[in-house]
Write a protein that binds this ligand. Structure first.
Ligand SMILES: [Zn+2]
Length: 167
């Protein structure tokens, strides 16, 4: 578990954050809505819209549904296209179905990797534990632990699982 793993995570997290913010701004402008007007329609503050569009945060799943209705585009389109499917808890790219989690009844849950969500339960109860674990596995000679940790602490809270918990 060396530098390459870090690079894969890094790329995946950059892609999702960047594309979502660009997509929201683009669809909002196309509809001729100001940040204020969109905020009102999806029941959030203008600051929240502004934070999505600067990439500071991403909308929760519920808000994405509202945005999809108001802007008349799919949730997938709002998340950027092509969307890189990543675990919404740890940011791991989910390139194969075999990496995805499953519900207790066997149905695939494509929101999470199988290490973060198993048998209907989330493995990591808090962000700190997850950051510790990932930092331990990803840090290497090219990427010192402090740097990996700082990056993950900044990016992981943007993923939907941690957004939901914050609410
Ligand atoms: Zn995960």
């Amino acid at each position: 578990m060396l530098g390459f793993l870090w690079q894969i995570w890094y790329n995946a997290l950059e892609v999702i954050v960047m594309e979502t913010k660009d997509a929201i701004r683009a669809f909002r402008t196309k509809k001729g809505l100001s940040q204020d007007e969109l905020a009102e329609k999806v029941f959030v503050t203008r600051q929240a819209v502004s934070r999505w569009e600067t990439g500071e945060t991403v909308p929760s799943t519920d808000t994405l549904k509202e945005l999809s209705r108001v802007l008349d585009v799919s949730m997938n389109a709002l998340l950027g296209s092509p969307r890189t499917l990543i675990c919404q808890c740890c940011g791991m790219p989910l390139e194969e179905d075999s990496l995805m989690s499953r519900e207790p009844d066997g149905a695939i849950n494509e929101e999470y990797c199988k290490w973060c969500y198993a048998e209907g339960k989330f493995v990591y109860q808090d962000l700190e534990t997850l950051v510790d674990f990932l930092t331990g596995h990803m840090a290497g000679e090219t990427m010192p632990p402090e740097q990996v940790r700082a990056y993950l602490e900044n990016q992981l809270p943007k993923l939907r699982h941690w957004q939901k918990i914050k609410k």
